[in-house]
Design a protein around this ligand. Structure first.
Ligand SMILES: Nc1ncnc2c1ncn2[C@@H]1O[C@H](COP(=O)(O)OP(=O)(O)OP(=O)(O)O)[C@@H](O)[C@H]1O
Ligand SMILES: CCCC(=O)O
Length: 356
């Protein structure tokens, strides 16, 4: 393995994670937390660009790594037009789309913007890897029943692809020769059908599609939703908050923290158990749907994300889906490693860089 030095930047809604990787080893890592009071001072997400860039540069100084030694800067991206999976060069067109928030606002948009800004000054390439807008869906999966409102692909592509590759490796296979159902269970939830290395269907984790999550409503009865929107009882912002940010576990139980909910269940809270088990039920139902999409030809069901740490929740899911295929659990997310690996594959010439 060559010793390429990469700066990795992963902006989330409340934090910016950064790391420096030499080859595939992290030599420095830090999570910069941003309070909501701090972020409120800025105009939307793009308005946070200078603030977060400065924090990243300060952290670089602390790390002792000389910027001049870097071979590439890799950021997590971004709400762009739909693209196939891979490592993309951050080019002018991508910067224009990210700055204009052409597909929407998302913290990961800042990944490409900050990466390009730092790399540009150093005369080295900036990349993004497996952005949330990866779209490998089959045409049939896009039909929703409402022509103006097709089903789109917005999901935890970086972690889903990284964990799928890892599961394949652990099974002694190549990702491109097996079929997997991958469920990412975090603040948002996405469940994807991976057919020989392509995510041919997945719920849109941002639009209120699929299972409910710690803080999102997921798919709800749509007729009643329309009635609520026109009832005069809620503003547009209040309705959006019910879908993303204040839905799911947070709406029923007042917290999005699965650990806190498990504590309540252990103390005998029946309502907490009902709602938490319902989330597992909906995830299992979505996994079953992906099993049908793959025509039952599934090599493994893979469960990942922060909540995959939970034996209770994973146990409930396993009870319902283990008939489909063996269940493999990879708790947490490996986004920093996945970004570094994507940059490395291109720097080492193992994979061609994609152009947006
Ligand atoms: N050991 C654990 N057992 C159960 N739940 C856990 C554990 N550790 C974290 N969680 C839960 O995982 C959830 C957060 O997951 P994660 O950190 O993957 O989300 P995120 O990164 O904020 O969002 P996303 O994954 O959608 O990008 C929270 O509900 C948290 O309580
Ligand atoms: C769309 C996937 C990332 C997120 O949940 O914000």
């Amino acid at each position: 393995m060559k010793n390429f030095l990469q700066l990795i930047i992963n902006p989330g809604s409340t934090s910016t994670k950064l790391a420096v990787f030499r080859g595939n080893e992290p030599v420095y890592s830090e999570t910069l937390r941003h309070s909501s009071e701090e972020l409120r001072k800025f105009q939307g997400i793009t308005g946070q660009f200078n603030y977060r860039r400065r924090l990243v540069m300060d952290a670089m100084v602390k790390s002792g790594v000389q910027p001049g030694e870097l071979d590439a800067v890799v950021g997590r991206g971004g709400l762009l037009k739909p693209v196939p999976g891979g490592t993309y060069l951050v080019n002018k067109k991508m910067i224009e789309d990210l700055e204009a928030e052409r597909r929407g606002a998302h913290a990961s948009n800042l990944g490409g913007l900050i990466a390009r800004s730092i790399a540009g000054e150093l005369g080295i390439p900036a990349y993004i890897v497996d952005p949330v807008c990866i779209d490998e869906k089959e045409p049939v999966s896009r039909i929703s029943g409402m022509p103006e409102n097709p089903r789109e692909s917005l999901f935890h592509a970086l972690n889903q692809k990284a964990v799928a590759r890892r599961a394949a490796e652990d099974m002694g296979k190549d990702y491109s020769e097996i079929n997997l159902v991958v469920a990412h269970l975090g603040g948002g939830i996405s469940v994807g059908a991976h057919l020989r290395g392509r995510v041919i269907d997945v719920n849109d984790a941002l639009a209120g599609d699929g299972p409910f999550t710690p803080e999102r409503s997921g798919g709800v009865p749509v007729g009643k939703l329309v009635e609520m929107c026109y009832s005069g009882r809620y503003t547009r912002e209040e309705m959006m908050k019910k879908v993303v940010g204040g839905g799911g576990l947070a709406a029923y139980l007042g917290t999005a923290d699965a650990l806190e909910i498990e504590k309540r269940i252990e103390q005998g809270d029946k309502q907490a158990k009902l709602i938490y088990e319902a989330m597992a039920y909906q995830v299992a139902k979505e996994i079953g749907a992906c099993g049908a999409i793959l025509k039952g030809d599934v090599d493994a069901v893979v469960i990942t994300g922060g909540i995959a740490h939970s034996r209770m929740l994973v146990g409930w899911i396993e009870e319902r889906v283990s008939f489909i295929a063996p269940v493999r659990v990879y708790p947490g997310e490996n986004e920093m490693e996945a970004l570094a690996a994507g940059g490395y594959r291109v720097l080492a010439g193992l994979e061609a860089v994609k152009v947006y």
